[in-house]
Structure formats: structure tokens, C-alpha cells
Design a protein around this ligand. Sequence first.
Ligand code: ADP
Ligand code: MG
Length: 288
Amino acid sequence: SIPLGYFGGIGAASRAGILIKGSQYLEALKNMDTVVFDKTGTLTKGVFRVVKVTAAEGVDEEEVLRYGSIGESQSNHPIASSIRNKYPLEVLTQEIRSHEEIGGKGVRVQYRDQEILAGNRKLMEDHELEILTADDIGTVVHVAVDGRYLGYILIADEIKDSAAGLMDALKNLGVKRTILLTGDHENIARHVADQLHMDEYRSELLPQDKVAVFETLKEEKKDKKTIGFVGDGINDAPVLAMADIGISMGSLGSDAAVEASDIVIMQDDPAKIADGIRIAKYTNKIVV
Ligand code: ADP
Ligand code: MG
């Protein structure tokens, strides 16, 4: 039989905005040794703002933004909405003949008779395009049309306020290792990991690389350590499903993310993860 205390714990968690899909996850939370975090939308707001536009020689900045905005017109990625907000356009859906979301890289769109690419260095390399280098801190979205490189849009995201004390709180609750995974550049990964006092980071990961990193972590755990993963479900649902405890942050998350996770944080608030562990530990004490 299931001890009554577990129901208490699941109920207390749910009142705190933490949905736990079964008592086994409450137990697992208590033993969580390693917590792996996705960056964008999880530890950062996922609300990007365009801060700079750099055009290639002979190109207008406006052209970079306009093609960027058309290219991103169908994408749900937070990067896409920042570009659309900066350069609002009415793009008729029938003019978008195809739209391809290339995980961890960007988008490729057929617009009227033009092919638009918007994404990171890897995407441009896949199409053998020479790019302007940028040493700014931020996410760089390169834009190209019909094989012509136009320039890049620099976008900045902010760390969530409630992420600030989280890693220290987790350490106090017995978590030994915190790791950041991101498809973003190394300089951003390092910056975020430093700011948040995280132990490790892995950068420039494609969605399948995140799965591979996670598999390695699982193999490393010789003494049955519990590994949690926290994500927002954008490009990380497979890892959510693989983790001993998959935790998704609700407000931005997709249905697929809610489905793939064991615990759903209803508000967009990373500090709730520490609350969840506290509730789990307290529940354990009062189990009859
Ligand atoms: P994270 O791992 O930080 O959560 P994602 O896996 O969602 O980020 O994306 C990784 C990288 O892929 C982004 O930093 C960006 O360079 C690129 N990217 C993904 N989707 C898009 C898009 N719609 N437009 C432009 N770039 C994108
Ligand atoms: Mg993400």
C-alpha cells in the first residue's frame, strides 16, 4: 500500500504549483544527486530582444531584419518572436511554401521563389556560407537569402530572477552536481553557468547531442544516483523522457513536454524545484 504521507506530499506540492505524476517521483526528488538544466526558457527568460543588427558589405540593415522576420514568421522559438517584434510584417502563410525547423540550428524557409536561412553558424556552415564573426555576448542569428549572406541579428536573453539563488539552495538540499546544457555558444553558456554558480556546462549541443550527453551521465552513475533534467520542452522533450526525473516548466512548455515529464512546474519559476525537494523531504518524515 502507498503510505498516506505520499498523498499529503503530492497534495502539498500541487498546492505549491508543482504537479507530481506519481509517488515514486516524490521519493526520487529526495535522492536527486545531479540536476541537469536546459538553458533557454528554463534558466533564462526565453524572452529575447534584438540588440544589434550587422549587415554584410553592400547590404542594408533593414534587409537583414526583413528577411530575418520572414524567415522566422512560422517559428515558435523565442528567438523568432524577438525578430518578429523588432520588424513586424504581415507574411501571408500561402507565400511560405515550406518551413523547416532545424533543431539546434535555425530555420530554412521557402518564401515565394526565395530560400531564406536564419540561424547560427552551424546552419550557415551546412550551406557553405561565409559569415561575419561576432564576439558579442548574445545569440547571433545569421540571415541568408538564395545563397547570399546578408548579415546577422544579435539577440540578448536574461537570466530569470528566480534562478539566481537556486543552485545554492539545491546544494544545501544535497544536490552534488548541477550542469547546464545548451545549443547556444560557449561564451553564453559560461556566462550563465558562472552567474548561477553551476558546476559544469556543455555548449553548442544539437538536440541529439543533449540526448548523448545525458546517456553518458546515466552511464557514469555507478551507485544508483538520481539524475534530474529540467527543461521547457522546446527541443528537449527526448531528454525529459530519459531522465530519472524529468521536470518541465509549465507556462512555456508544450503538450509534448508535459507528456514527457514526471513533474510539471506550473509557473515559470525555477525556484519551485527547491520547494519540491523540501516538500519531498518533509513528506518522507511524516510517512506512517
Ligand atoms: P537551448 O539549448 O539554449 O535551449 P535551442 O536548442 O532551442 O536552445 O537552440 C539552440 C540554438 O539553435 C539557438 O541558440 C540558435 O542559435 C539556434 N536556433 C534554434 N531555433 C532557431 C530559430 N528559430 N531561429 C534562429 N536560430 C535558432
Ligand atoms: Mg530550450
